[in-house]
Design a protein around this ligand. Structure first.
Ligand SMILES: CC(C)(COP(=O)(O)OP(=O)(O)OC[C@H]1O[C@@H](n2cnc3c(N)ncnc32)[C@H](O)[C@@H]1OP(=O)(O)O)[C@@H](O)C(=O)NCCC(=O)NCCS
Length: 430
């Protein structure tokens, strides 16, 4: 279509350029032709944090933040959370289509039978200090997996790739649970392959002397829902880290450990912990109006509200709210829930929040569930990383197969000095 272009006039030279618009974007390479001479580079885009730069074409996850829509491979998150399982969703994300019965059974079988890790990896985990952060342990454990499976470097071999994907999804709960047990000085529990993915995770987390751990189905279902909600969220910081590191064609364990490292940071995976801290600080329901006033005066921030992308109710928050009820039915009501509900009620009616389109996000309730399940705050990001592994791997497969992708190598605007004469230290300090 001829009108799908952008005419740019470079006022430095008076020259005009016509750039093609495709899918609402112009190619940075086309901009690079503007003003390019033998001595000068062409125009570039300055975009710290990639806030308005598309780095890839992707068919994995669709988000419409204005309307509050989240879809995996075209399927609404609400339907998946209600009717699917985490492993089926993982299959969908990675393969692009829902599995047939045979494909599903084979997938679940493979993942179930790869949950064990090499004993040396157990020794590695045991080598951490008694108070090691579980996310640091997970990050190292996943990175170390690359040394146990050196064949993983053959990233274009589909069979090899499949094996690593299965291994990583399978072993993540094992490593995550062991990082949790480590801090408590409790023995690591081996996987129980009779259990489902989330049941087995609960068993490795909480089993003590019983012969067989029998998780409450309401808890394993709630965890299943949380895992589905966290499985992917398109091009965020950690996914970008996986893609960026993966673009060097390193093995997927190393690429995913980069994603875990990104998630470790408080701006990415730490919001639900901040929600809990806030609720504890408020202390009781009657203090909520006072706190809301503080937020409106700019003295406080209502954690778990607002989102960079969602300017409507975060679709995941709606689903989590339902899971909260199930969990508290088992664990007993956490007094913080009352405060959270009151905060939500007042904020959703208040002009300040309505006007700014501030709605609860996924973190508003997930921290409460995790706390009810007796996870310490340091475990919250581990509980995020385990299910996000399928999303990272789906994005990684897409990257590896994408002929347009290159090694990630952004430009910079150099602001430092030039051509300085180096004076050796002995002379400078003389
Ligand atoms: C997530 C977040 C960083 C998104 O920020 P953003 O899209 O850049 O939104 P802005 O910071 O531009 O905020 C727009 C307005 O809403 C206000 N606002 C945004 N989030 C707010 C919150 N949680 N509490 C109170 N006010 C908030 C801002 O102060 C600003 O008001 P102003 O226009 O009067 O200055 C922000 O909403 C936030 O800090 N939320 C709390 C932390 C959180 O839950 N993070 C997890 C996200 S998954």
């Amino acid at each position: 279509m001829t009108d799908q272009t952008l005419t740019v006039r470079d006022n430095r030279t008076g020259e005009e350029y016509e750039l093609e618009i495709t899918d609402g974007t112009v190619r940075a390479a086309d901009l690079g032709k503007i003003g390019k001479t033998d001595d000068e580079p062409g125009l570039a885009v300055y975009d710290p944090g990639f806030t308005n730069t598309a780095s890839t074409r992707s068919a994995v996850t669709y988000i419409d933040g204005e309307k509050g829509i989240l879809e995996y491979r075209g399927y609404p998150i609400e339907q998946l959370a209600e009717h699917s399982t985490y492993l089926e969703v993982a299959y969908l994300l990675i393969h692009g289509e829902l599995p047939t019965k045979e494909q599903h059974d084979q997938w679940v079988h493979e993942i179930t039978f790869h949950t064990f890790v090499h004993e040396n990896l157990k020794s590695l985990m045991q080598g951490f200090r008694y108070d090691a952060h579980p996310m640091g342990m997970l990050l190292s454990g996943v990175g170390a997996l690359s040394t146990f499976y050196p064949e993983a470097r053959a990233i274009t071999d589909e069979q090899v790739r499949h094996e690593q994907i299965v291994r990583m999804i399978a072993k993540m709960p094992t490593l995550g649970a062991w990082s949790f047990r480590h801090a408590q000085g409790k023995p690591y529990i081996y996987p129980d392959n009779d259990l489902t993915y989330t049941e087995n995770f609960l068993s490795m987390l909480f089993k003590m002397s019983e012969q067989k751990y029998d998780p409450d189905p309401r808890l394993s279902k709630a965890l299943e829902v949380l895992f589905i909600l966290h499985a992917d969220h398109e091009q965020n910081c950690s996914t970008n880290a996986v893609r960026s590191v993966g673009s060097s064609q390193v093995d997927p364990y190393s690429a995913v450990s980069a994603g875990i490292a990104a998630l470790y940071g408080p701006l990415h995976g730490g919001a639900n912990e901040a929600v809990l801290r806030m609720l504890k600080r408020i202390g009781s329901k009657d203090k909520v109006p006072e706190f809301i006033e503080g937020v409106k005066n700019g003295d406080e921030r209502l954690m778990g509200f607002g989102h960079r992308v969602y300017k409507n109710y975060d679709p995941r928050a709606k689903i989590i709210k339902k899971a909260v009820d199930d969990v508290f039915e088992v664990t007993g009501v956490n007094p913080l829930l009352e405060i959270a509900q009151e905060l939500e009620k007042i904020a959703l009616e208040d002009e300040y929040f309505v006007q700014r389109k501030l709605y609860p996000n996924v973190d508003f309730y997930s921290g409460l569930i995790y706390e009810a399940l007796q996870f310490p705050p340091e475990m919250f990001t581990v509980l995020f990383a385990i299910p996000r592994t399928s999303g990272w791997l789906a994005q990684w497969v897409e990257l590896v197969d994408d002929k347009e992708q290159k090694i990630a190598r952004p430009k910079q605007i150099y602001t430092g000095g030039r051509g300085l004469d180096f004076v050796p230290a002995a002379q400078r300090w003389a």
